[in-house]
Design a protein around this ligand. Structure first.
Ligand code: NAD
Ligand code: 4TP
Length: 334
């Protein structure tokens, strides 16, 4: 029997706990792989009662999860207790939220779990408590870096075979200009190319790279980053043999007839890449972290505080995230 997938509980005031309970309820109909939640069993029990769900919750180790999963939701108890208050953020939740991510990663490195699906966190609530990472993506890279290495994590949003990656991730727009370099673009393309081959079994991934400015700079009249940074990076990549097109005007690159030519489109900043994926199917998008030695996926939505505790949040993106993590961890890396 394969080891379970880990699910980190995410922000307790958000919809993460609702969705974990909802998908567990649907485990048979949806043929879900075995998973265990890293979190607070009492909180999940209280949320289940609030939602009127009749299900059992059992404290477990990851190793016991497969035998428990049929009859009870397996929860690895992290020892932090938080009050069930849907929609109301509390700084007291931060240790639970952060520990759930950290201990899930530890369990994967220990061979007890095979991959991680993260429920959404409320970033601002964690920053107030000293969490020093912009999001999961960067925190996971730090947790996975061993022996002083630094890893470049890649955030890829996917809706079926439509994939988009921002080269710069969680930063103010004005910081993007000083962060973009040919080396960063080259590193992103190399990692995306390699991970599409090894994790997605695409033999020769086709990659498109967008510009930064309107109309990809319109020959330098609307910005020079395409000429000074992006085109030289692509030239170096072509010399190395990578099939990359660009710089493509970002407004048309995501039109379906162009996007479908590529296994991934690499864009220059967060919203350039994420808006198209969330716009074509918010309910089905999945966030996948590349560039790490572990598999991590997540639904594409956030904590949706106003829906927490109502039972109205859609589980579809979470189900997709679980399915992709399951698929990515079925076979050994090639
Ligand atoms: N993976 C993550 O941890 C992650 C991802 C995105 C956003 N966030 C965080 O979530 C918080 C809130 O962000 P936001 O308001 O921009 O985005 P959001 O995704 O929480 O909400 C955007 C809109 O979509 C709705 N929505 C979200 N998920 C839904 C679902 N499953 N079913 C039905 N409707 C749903 C919400 O009600 C809201 O109208 C922020 O702190 C942000 O950083 C976390
Ligand atoms: N940028 C992501 C999004 O908007 O969907 C989200 O903030 C999640 O980021 P992390 O996976 O790094 O937490």
């Amino acid at each position: 029997m394969p080891s379970p997938l880990a699910i980190s509980i995410g922000e307790p005031a958000g919809i993460g706990p609702d969705l974990i309970l909802k998908i567990y309820k649907e485990r048979v109909a949806q043929k879900l792989p075995v998973f265990c939640v890293f979190g607070d069993p009492d909180l999940l029990d209280a949320r289940a009662k609030r939602l009127g769900y009749d299900l059992a919750i059992k404290t477990t180790t990851p190793g016991q999860a497969p035998e428990i999963f049929d009859h009870a939701l397996p929860v690895v108890d992290l020892g932090h207790r938080v009050v069930d208050q849907p929609g109301i953020l509390s700084p007291d939740a931060a240790p639970l939220v952060v520990d759930a991510i950290r201990q899930s990663v530890d369990a994967i490195f220990a061979g007890q779990c095979r991959g991680l699906v993260t429920a959404p966190i409320h970033k601002a609530n964690l920053y107030k408590e000293g969490f020093d990472f912009p999001g999961h993506t960067e925190y996971l890279a730090s947790l996975c870096a061993k022996g002083g290495d630094t890893l470049t994590p890649i955030m890829m949003l996917a809706h079926g075979s439509r994939r988009a990656v921002p080269v710069t991730i969680h930063m103010a727009l004005k910081q993007v200009f000083e962060t973009l370099t040919p080396d960063l673009i080259i590193e992103n393309v190399r990692i995306v190319y390699r991970d599409l081959q090894t994790r997605f079994r695409i033999e020769r991934p086709q990659i498109g790279v967008t510009g930064l400015n309107p109309h990809a700079g319109e020959d330098g009249t609307m910005g020079k980053e395409e000429i000074d940074i992006i085109a030289p990076a692509l030239q170096r990549l072509r010399v190395e043999g990578f099939p990359v097109d660009g710089p493509l005007p970002a407004d048309t690159a995501f039109a379906p007839h162009i996007w479908s030519n590529y296994d991934a489109l690499i864009a220059m900043y967060h919203d350039q890449a994420l808006i198209p994926v969330k716009a074509i199917g918010f309910d089905e998008g999945v966030n996948i972290t590349l560039g790490l030695p572990i598999v991590r996926t997540s639904p594409d939505h956030g904590t949706a505080l106003t829906l927490a505790g109502t039972g109205k949040a859609s589980p579809n993106s979470f189900l997709k995230a679980l399915a992709i993590a399951d698929e990515m961890t079925q076979k050994p890396l090639t």
